[in-house]
Design a protein around this ligand. Structure first.
Ligand SMILES: Cc1cc2nc3c(=O)[nH]c(=O)nc-3n(C[C@H](O)[C@H](O)[C@H](O)COP(=O)(O)OP(=O)(O)OC[C@H]3O[C@@H](n4cnc5c(N)ncnc54)[C@H](O)[C@@H]3O)c2cc1C
Length: 514
């Protein structure tokens, strides 16, 4: 609900308009729409099939996360009582969010809550058509989930070469599209020019990259964040982060990272996904990072924040089950899938513990397998207690040697001891390897592939790599603490080193040309 003074503030920036009963303010498939604050009257919000979801009256506002992200419109707004309203365009709204803390909190919380609510409603957003046996379909579902897009999955069979069929809001159909094609069609992030020039390129949009984006952009650097999958990184897949400062009741990874992305955009950091960095060429005034699909970014400073990726289980046929009955994250869809089923969670760290508790609370019969003799060596005490509380069986010194099942559906696993355990689903939390292969020899790395910084890379700046002007933060950095708060802190701190580098290396006409 907007106060009278907030309505007046919005009116100063926007345009006062009127509309009659039956007028459509925006409809499914539109590329964009303004933020709408209602002075008088009423508007109904409908899904693509014309079903009413909600009505908004005087002092309410229309708008959702896509107002900031620029995604295609998922809903239709029809006037149901004569309307007097204020329309504020996206750019003007963005600057207002920057200046007005109270209004910013009200709108951003509502936008995020509305997106989470839309994700629960069938028939909104994308329709993804394809059976669960199609790996391309499962990848597309993963993409939609991790981008928090509202979607409906229709498991009908479609001709194999067309899998999956993706129907966009508004009815356009794409056959076997790449995730990049769907992103662009929805207007997510922005399409990069063949060559972009920026002050700061952040490679990786997890907590470290987003921390750098917020501080870089808010301190005046022309900042671009690219990510090969979705913004949010590993933290985005965490069910509940209990140890992040300021959230005593814990916060879901989705909410924390959605807020961070919204905040970065509010400060005008540009974000572009999915763009995978494939090489780094150090330069004199600008370093060039090449991306998939023939794009390149020339940046005066680069922050490497590509994090680390889950380790896979070294067993035959793993790929046949991944995404169908073997997963690397446990969210609401997985909890729903696994209710009352026998589930194995593999790993001795906190992420395995959190997933096991989450699945057990959802009604699954959970067994946690780990290879050490005592779980206390690797898991926080509070989680060990939670495992007990929710009836999770713990098997010490256990490793999986083989998987059994058909058509991607797991039926059992055999342990190295020879024992067979009947699991329908398996969740793997086996630690992570750094996402640094794409760097080759461009920067110095440790024996495990993590990036060396500071004294280890022969430089005074704590987060600088072996190349001046190239920095590393978060999980990808050798010796870092693998936690959200440290990643955010390092990302923020890296910006100070970037400023110092840019001051010491002003652009000259020859260096600018690289
Ligand atoms: C299930 C789970 C639960 C967790 N729970 C907690 C918790 O409760 N508390 C806590 O403090 N920490 C927790 N963590 C750890 C925390 O999430 C990580 O420490 C944190 O996300 C690291 O942030 P980062 O930005 O360094 O890397 P990441 O979050 O890994 O982000 C890196 C990003 O870089 C992108 N990327 C990789 N390669 C490329 C490339 N070549 N080009 C472009 N982009 C690329 C990736 O797509 C990714 O989005 C959890 C982790 C997991 C997996």
């Amino acid at each position: 609900m907007l106060s009278a003074s907030q309505l007046d503030t919005l009116a100063e920036l926007g345009e006062e308009r009127t509309a009659g009963v039956g007028d459509v303010l925006f409809r499914v498939g539109d590329r964009t729409y303004p933020f709408i604050a209602i002075r008088e009257g009423e508007v109904a919000i409908l899904d693509g099939a014309g079903n009413e979801i909600v009505r908004h009256g005087a002092s309410k506002f229309l708008g959702e996360l896509n107002l900031l992200s620029g995604q295609t419109v998922f809903l239709t707004a029809v006037v149901t009582q004569p309307l007097r309203y204020i329309a504020v365009d996206r750019e003007a709204l963005r600057s207002l969010l920057f200046e007005d803390g109270q209004l910013s909190e009200l709108l951003l919380s509502a936008f995020i809550a509305r997106r989470e609510a839309l994700q629960q409603v069938q028939g909104i957003g994308l329709e993804i058509v394809g059976p669960h046996t199609s790996a391309a379909t499962m990848r597309m579902l993963d993409f939609a989930r991790s981008n928090r897009l509202p979607f409906t999955w229709n498991e009908s069979a479609v001709d194999a070469p067309s899998l999956p069929l993706v129907r966009l809001p508004g009815g356009v159909e794409l056959q076997a599209p790449s995730t990049g094609e769907v992103s662009r069609a929805l207007g997510i992030g922005r399409e990069l020019a063949g060559r972009e020039e920026v002050d700061l390129l952040v490679v990786g949009g997890g907590p470290a990259g987003l921390g750098a984006a917020v501080y870089g952009a808010s301190e005046g650097l022309d900042t671009l964040v690219i990510d090969s999958t979705v913004l949010g990184g590993q933290a985005g897949s965490s069910r509940r982060i209990e140890n992040y400062l300021g959230f005593p009741a814990g916060i879901s990874g989705t909410e924390l990272t959605s807020r961070a992305v919204t905040q970065a955009r509010k400060f005008d950091a540009r974000t572009a996904t999915p763009y995978r960095a494939t090489s780094l060429e150090p330069g004199n005034g600008r370093h060039v990072v090449r991306l998939e699909d023939d794009h390149e970014v020339a940046a005066r400073a680069v922050l490497l924040a590509t994090g680390a990726q889950y380790r896979r289980l070294p067993v035959d046929g793993l790929g046949d089950y991944e995404g169908i009955s073997i997963f690397y994250a446990a969210g609401p869809p997985e909890a729903q899938l696994c209710g009352a089923a026998r589930v194995g969670v593999v790993g001795g760290g906190n992420s395995a513990g959190q997933a096991a508790v989450w699945l057990a609370r959802g009604g699954a019969l959970v067994t946690l397998l780990h290879r050490r003799a005592d779980l206390h060596e690797t898991m926080s005490e509070y989680l060990v207690r939670e495992l007990e509380r929710y009836g999770v069986a713990v098997r010490d010194s256990s490793q999986i040697a083989a998987l059994h099942g058909d058509d991607g559906q797991l039926e059992a696993v055999t342990l190295e001891s020879g024992e067979r355990l009947p699991f329908s689903f398996l969740f793997l939390f086996l630690g992570a390897a750094p996402c640094t292969d794409w760097l080759g020899d461009a920067v110095a790395r440790d024996e495990n592939g993590f990036i060396l910084t500071g004294a280890d890379a022969n430089t005074d700046a704590l987060l600088e790599t072996s190349i001046p002007g190239v920095f590393a933060a978060g999980d990808v950095r050798s010796g870092s603490t693998k936690r959200c708060a440290t990643a955010v802190g390092e990302g923020a701190m890296a910006v100070q080193f970037v400023h110092a580098h840019l001051t010491d290396h002003p652009l000259t006409p020859s260096s600018a040309r690289h």
